[in-house]
Write a protein that binds this ligand. Structure first.
Ligand code: ATP
Ligand code: MG
Length: 901
């Protein structure tokens, strides 16, 4: 039996033998495409080739691509764990032809690989072809059907509708008809029992008759207005689910029974003490077990699948640089992790962090094929554990809130939890409805699902309104007089120029929260679009007749998009694109400083330091990196010294554009995990610092001027953040500090040795504070004695009253001292005032409460009205503050009156 690894290798070997270049997987997290957060298919990284904006060579490629289908058009999250063949993260094996072979070549190669190389039985294979769609003006794909007839009998070819057989990446973008290969993997018994042919079960959600390979014939681009535009070349894009293929070849009936998942599931069994049923075991057990036992076991099965699957998705995203967070892609990852925690908590009895314990097994299984995982194992586990811990705390809080709600229901004799409460639990504590229902059911309650859905809908609408960004289609501008170099491509000239003559190639309108602006693409641009943490350039476009301000620029599909408030009156005019060089130079200096910082951190802290994010603007720089404890003040100082030393050496910029990746690696250039690099890379070297980087940099390190760290903090488990300033911002910082010290000195008569003077003041202050406390205690002693001496006796009760200047704390102290000094029944009422603030204090002996039925709290509230105040306390001791000190003696008398002695 072939192992998963052998199968992965055989795919690569086969397509290599067919002249395909074997290329690496792109990162799973996408950073420069607003229409897509995660890679959901192998073709994503080739989108710009397919759209004709990037060089298609080499025209035949193949790879295995990490995909994640948890958001947007392709979202399988809710299926995962409940079925046995959809994953959140999975590997997609793919081969591409960019204007090389088309339908016939793709079909022949797929067939050869599955049947001749891997020996799948052709009797079990069915293929689908697009049946056409009159509304789109598309006909049946007779061409593909014709090529299939070379390999399969007519009754193994099935017509499919637009939903199944017209592949689209998202709402817009490349698309085309497709042809899928399905495998009937039923056992002979199942075939006999069902009485249906494989053909009848294709695309019917039968878990044993599933699609494994989709051959997409890209011919169109779907535009924002819904129309289809023909692509400039035909593209073959295929995707085969690796885990599904492994299952077919290993003769299994569930992806989770293959060697891709079994080691992880075994680890789960070991930790939880529960056992997982493979497909075969389940078939056997079903017959013997009671229905209840079967259901309980099935919950364990589902939970183990969910955890095994989500572990991969979360670990790979973290390794790709996407940490769980509150927004966008980070939030999606957080939700996946929380889904796993819930299943483990509810069905696997894991009340403490669990997933992170599976990381070593995952790394052992996949670390060789995906080195980014192995290199960052410690970080991945740390981040996961912290996320799990924090969600488990939230779960606990939510559960106690739910307990209270159920108690209340019980008291009111109700049995249904209202949907708003359930929604609040969902919204604030991440409790999905099914968990709330489960807990309620265990306690004999139900949940109003309808109300919950109404609330959910309301929230969705709120979110939609807040986030809505509308892009209209790009409007192409034709330039009759001007020869643009190539129809669509933009040339970036910003590494060499800050001004350049240009034309607008296309523009579109963008509406966001009622704000309107335009995005422009130029044929030549010196503008650097936001990328790799460096903010986009600002500047102007100047033509003979007008000047347009560029407020920002960003990077999209490898092009700079210029953001402007209004369109030029004549968009066909020739423009001079001018970058604001003050801002750019400041950003460039900060960017270069982050490289020096990265280098110095590795020297001072060690090689485990990996860049985890950065932000570079004209004013400041921020650098996030993996490190597992606080960086000490000494270490920070050492880093600063090292960076400033490199600045003073005025190391020149040594830039290599278009260097082959291998050569760059030999130079020791640092690459980032989760970053997409082509075959040719740009290397940026300043003395010992050498990185792959596409950013704008200072011409030499001396331009940075001076580097000063302003903070070091934690951003997440295992990730630290350094913020720093350079150049004139560092100068400003110095002035600010100098001014502050001058001011402080002036408070101390411009003392020469400021530290010694402040030290002396502090000592004196502490000394005086102690002395005052001593005097106060003595005063209280004296007053106690005086009050006890002048006490009255009213019907056997010692009554003490007085109005004196005193702090509230001292009054309390006094009241307790009086109580200790008086034997027998006591009623002591003290009106004190401190800086015009009146305070009423009542102290009684216990028998006044138990025998006389008095309550100091109630009495103080009543009497405090006379000082315009309020308060309360215990039955024997209470205090109230107020506003009107003149009412103090009346308030004291009022208390005595209320006591009715
Ligand atoms: P399905 O109908 O089974 O969800 P699909 O039509 O969404 O599949 P494609 O978008 O054509 O699948 O993706 C190409 C291949 O990737 C599929 O043939 C399948 O083998 C695999 N695949 C798709 N989704 C998943 C998933 N969630 N988990 C594992 N493999 C998948
Ligand atoms: Mg699908």
């Amino acid at each position: 039996m072939l192992t998963a690894k052998e199968i992965r290798d055989s795919f690569k070997q086969f397509f290599e033998s067919k002249q395909h270049a074997i290329v690496p997987s792109a990162p799973m997290v996408i950073k420069d495409d607003p229409t897509l957060m995660f890679t959901n298919a192998g073709m994503n990284q080739w989108k710009d080739i397919i759209l004709g904006t990037r060089d298609p060579e080499p025209r035949r490629r193949a790879d295995t691509q990490k995909c994640l289908r948890v958001s947007g058009k392709h979202n399988d999250l809710e299926e995962v764990g409940h079925d046995t063949y959809h994953h959140t993260m999975f590997e997609m094996l793919g081969n591409w032809s960019f204007g090389d072979y088309f339908k016939e070549g793709a079909i022949d190669m797929a067939w050869e690989y599955l049947v001749d190389v891997l020996k799948l039985d052709p009797k079990d294979l069915y293929v689908t072809v697009f049946e056409g769609d009159p509304k789109e003006g598309l006909e049946r794909d007779d061409e593909a059907a014709g090529y299939w007839l070379k390999h399969v009998p007519e009754d193994h070819i099935i017509n499919g509708n637009k939903h199944d057989n017209f592949w689209e990446m998202g709402d817009t973008g490349p698309c085309g008809p497709c042809s899928e290969i399905h495998v009937d993997s039923r056992t002979p018994e199942q075939r006999a029992a069902s009485g249906k042919s494989g053909r009848e079960l294709v695309n019917q959600d039968d878990p044993q008759v599933i699609e494994i390979w989709n051959l997409v014939f890209m011919q169109y681009n779907r535009k924002a207005d819904g129309s289809l535009e023909k692509l400039s070349m035909n593209v073959i894009d295929t995707g085969m689910g690796f885990e599904r293929l492994v299952r077919m070849l290993q003769g299994k009936h569930s992806n989770y029974d293959t060697d891709v998942f079994q080691p992880i599931i075994k680890a789960e069994e070991q930790i939880t003490g529960l056992s997982y049923e493979t497909y075969e075991a389940q078939e056997a057990n079903r017959a013997n077990g009671t229905q209840e036992a079967n259901e309980a076991q099935e919950q364990v099965n589902v939970a183990m699948r969910v955890c095994a699957d989500h572990l991969r998705a979360v670990a790979f995203s973290i390794a790709d640089g996407q940490l769980p967070s509150n927004a966008k892609a980070g939030y999606v990852i957080r939700r996946i992790l929380r889904r796993a925690v819930r299943y483990a908590y509810t069905f696997l009895g894991q009340k403490e962090a669990f997933l992170y314990k599976l990381v070593p097994t995952l790394v052992e299984e996949m670390g060789d094929a995906f080195p980014e995982l192995k290199a960052q194992q410690t970080l991945v586990a740390k981040v996961m554990k912290e996320e799990e811990d924090s969600f488990l705390r939230t779960l606990d809080k939510g559960i106690s809130m739910l307990d209270k709600a159920m108690e209340q229901l019980k008291a009111e004799g109700k049995t249904e939890l209202d949907g708003e409460q359930a929604f609040r639990l969902f919204d604030t504590y991440g409790f999905p409805l099914d968990l709330t229902e489960l807990i309620c059911r265990e306690n004999g309650f139900t949940v109003n699902e309808e109300q919950f859905n109404v609330e959910m809908q309301k929230q969705k609408e709120r979110a939609r309104n807040a986030a809505a960004v509308e892009n209209s289609d790009w409007v192409e501008i034709s330039h009759e007089t001007h020869e643009t170099h190539e129809a669509h491509e933009q040339v970036f000239v910003g590494y060499d120029y800050s001004e350049y003559s240009c034309h607008i190639l296309r523009y579109r309108k963008v509406t966001q929260k009622k704000n309107e602006f335009y995005e422009l693409v130029l044929d030549y641009t010196p503008f650097y679009g936001e990328m790799g943490g460096q903010v986009g350039d600002q500047g102007v476009l100047v033509s003979e007749n007008e000047t347009i301000e560029v407020i920002d620029s960003k990077r999209e599909n490898n092009q700079t998009v210029h953001i402007v408030k209004q369109l030029p009156k004549d968009p066909t005019a020739e423009f001079m694109a001018c970058v604001d060089t003050d801002k750019r130079d400041a950003s460039a200096a900060n960017h270069t400083a982050t490289h020096l910082l990265d280098y110095a951190l590795k020297q001072v802290l060690g090689d485990h330091v990996e860049q985890k994010g950065s932000f570079v603007s004209p004013n400041t720089l921020r650098f996030d990196f993996s490190h597992f404890e606080k960086v000490t003040d000494e270490q920070l100082r050492e880093v600063e010294r090292m960076v400033n030393d490199m600045i003073r050496q005025d190391l020149p910029r040594d830039e290599h554009r278009d260097m082959p990746v291998e050569e760059a690696k030999k130079l020791g250039a640092i690459a980032l995990f989760g970053e997409k690099y082509g075959d040719k890379v740009r290397v940026m070297r300043f003395g010992p610092s050498c990185e792959l980087c596409g950013g704008i940099h200072a011409t030499s390190t001396g331009r940075i001027g001076f580097f000063k760290i302003i903070s070091e903090s934690s951003v997440a488990a295992g990730i630290r953040r350094i913020e720093a300033v350079t150049g004139n911002q560092a100068e400003e910082l110095l002035y600010h500090m100098e001014d502050m010290i001058k001011n402080i000195k002036s408070f101390f008569n411009n003392a020469k040795d400021l530290q010694a003077v402040i030290q002396k003041y502090i000592e004196e202050h502490d000394h005086m504070k102690k002395e005052i406390e001593g005097f106060q205690a003595q005063a209280v002693e004296r007053t106690t004695k005086r009050l006890v001496e002048k006490a009255r006796n009213v019907n056997g009760v010692t009554v003490i009253t007085d109005v004196i200047p005193m702090s509230p704390a001292a009054a309390k102290d006094l009241a307790f001292k009086v109580r200790a000094a008086v034997e027998g029944s006591l009623l002591c009422v003290i009106g004190s005032h401190d800086n015009q603030k009146p305070q009423l204090t009542i102290m009684m002996s216990d028998d006044m409460v138990s025998d006389h039925g008095l309550n100091a709290g109630q009495m103080v509230r009543e009497a405090a009205k006379l000082i315009q105040g309020g308060g309360g306390g215990q039955p024997h001791f209470a205090q109230a503050g107020g506003k009107n000190a003149d009412g103090l003696s009346a308030a004291v008398d009022k208390v005595i009156e209320l006591a009715k002695l």
